[in-house]
Design a protein around this ligand. Structure first.
Ligand SMILES: [Zn+2]
Length: 417
């Protein structure tokens, strides 16, 4: 009889539990992100143009309130300055640390302006370098060292990443008998009671393994090693391997499973996570955690920022559909801010990859929605508007010194350190 260890998973981690989709990193980053100030200049032109008027939205700079929802991190402060330069107004704050949308701010925001122009999303640091650069860190001039960025999001994913990497190093795949691949799994990755760590990574026995390897006195590799269980590998796992991985594993020497431990073959959860009445975690990133730590085309800091942005964009667009906001206009530009440190300017610089644009004209409950591809297409056609206040006066520079070609990441051109 085949065994399962899925019974020990919380409901939200069950492999058959539906998880709403978020945009794929490889699609989002098939185009280079905008410099935020350039994005904003083009967005302002778009707001004043014919296309959006035909969608039912009438822009009036006299009554429009620029709003931001972003992390409190000073590395994203340039976003506020750009909004100030382009509109001449101080942006209203709809955000909270970690790049969360603060729903409670909405009532006050419409009280201050009948048209809300929202710009927001999560942020992630980027350090240019070989193989697509490094995400999740930035130079902090006040400390004279690199540190995490977004510190909040990186802090959420860090303990999960450590447990995942431990599993990648200590689950072994090999072929000792010359016939079938075997997988040797530490018992703490099979049964939650075998690990004292609050974060449990459980290999999905049904997906990764076929039957257990029976003990045979005369065959030494079948002798049980303390703390480990030995299985035949499931054919479904072999089908997922690259030719190189398959070659490496087909050896009598135990080889760490490494990044071949993709999301289909394990689940990960925090036994201390706070849950709501429905059993869903309060930290909404948790159901996505196995995708974040094991993504093959997306550095985990970037993946976490994309997912967090998607979750909060949903919170924003859901909130503005309420009856109380029916008679107001909302235009919401959502995306991921990518922070770089410009050594020459001694200043942070922000790139912006749009994830979505929604337009909710007054009197409508449902919005016009646009994809990254559509936004790029639409904004590339625009001539950037002139800022109300010169960028050089507000930002301290009109153009970054750091060449934007330094952002070399694109999916497929990225190797993990
Ligand atoms: Zn942050």
């Amino acid at each position: 009889m085949s065994k399962t260890n899925r019974g020990w998973l919380p409901t939200y981690c069950q492999p058959d539990a539906f998880l709403p989709k978020v945009p794929e990193t490889r699609v989002l980053f098939s185009r280079r992100p905008f410099l935020f100030q350039d994005f904003l200049g083009r967005a302002m032109s778009f707001l004043q143009g014919e296309t959006i008027r035909k969608m039912g939205f009438v822009y009036n700079p006299e009554t429009a309130l620029p709003c931001k929802w972003r992390c409190a991190d000073e590395s994203v402060f340039g976003v506020d300055l750009c909004l100030y330069a382009y509109t001449g107004q101080y942006p209203f704050d709809k955000g909270a640390i970690g790049g969360m949308f603060n729903e409670a701010s909405l009532g006050a925001a419409i009280h201050h302006g009948a048209i809300n122009l929202d710009f927001g999303g999560s942020h992630v640091g980027y350090v240019p370098g070989e193989n697509g650069g490094r995400f999740g860190a930035i130079w902090r001039p006040l400390h004279q060292e690199f540190s995490t960025d977004c510190g909040y999001l990186m802090g959420v994913i860090e303990p999960f990443k450590k447990v995942y990497e431990d599993a990648c190093r200590n689950i072994f795949v090999y072929n000792p008998g010359g016939e079938r691949l075997l997988v040797s799994i530490p018992n703490e990755f099979l049964h939650p009671d075998w690990s004292g760590h609050p974060i449990k990574l459980l290999v999905d026995i049904e997906a990764l393994t076929a039957e257990t390897v029976d003990y045979r006195d005369e065959v030494p590799h079948t002798h049980t090693m303390v703390g480990r269980s030995l299985f035949h590998v499931h054919p479904g796992f072999i089908q997922c391997l690259s030719p190189k991985q398959a070659h490496d594993f087909n050896s009598p020497r135990p080889t760490p499973i490494g990044r071949a431990l993709t999301h289909q073959f394990f689940n990960i959860f925090d036994t201390k996570a706070l849950l709501d009445e429905a059993g869903q975690p309060r930290q909404k990133l948790l159901p996505y955690m196995k995708h974040i730590v094991s993504a093959s085309h997306s550095p985990e800091g970037l993946k976490a920022a994309i997912i967090n942005t998607s979750l909060n964009h949903n919170a924003l667009t859901d909130a503005v559909r309420a009856q109380a906001f029916l008679s107001y206009d909302f235009v919401s530009f959502t995306g991921v801010f990518i922070d770089l440190y410009d050594e020459d300017l001694q200043s942070y610089v922000n790139l912006f990859q749009p994830l979505g644009l929604t337009i909710k004209p007054q009197g409508c409950q449902r919005e016009v929605e646009m994809t990254t591809e559509e936004i790029h297409h639409l904004l590339q056609e625009q001539t950037p508007a002139t800022p109300v206040l010169p960028l050089a006066d507000v930002l301290g520079f009109s153009e970054p010194e750091i060449p934007l070609e330094k952002f070399t990441y694109h999916p497929g051109y990225f190797t993990r350190p």
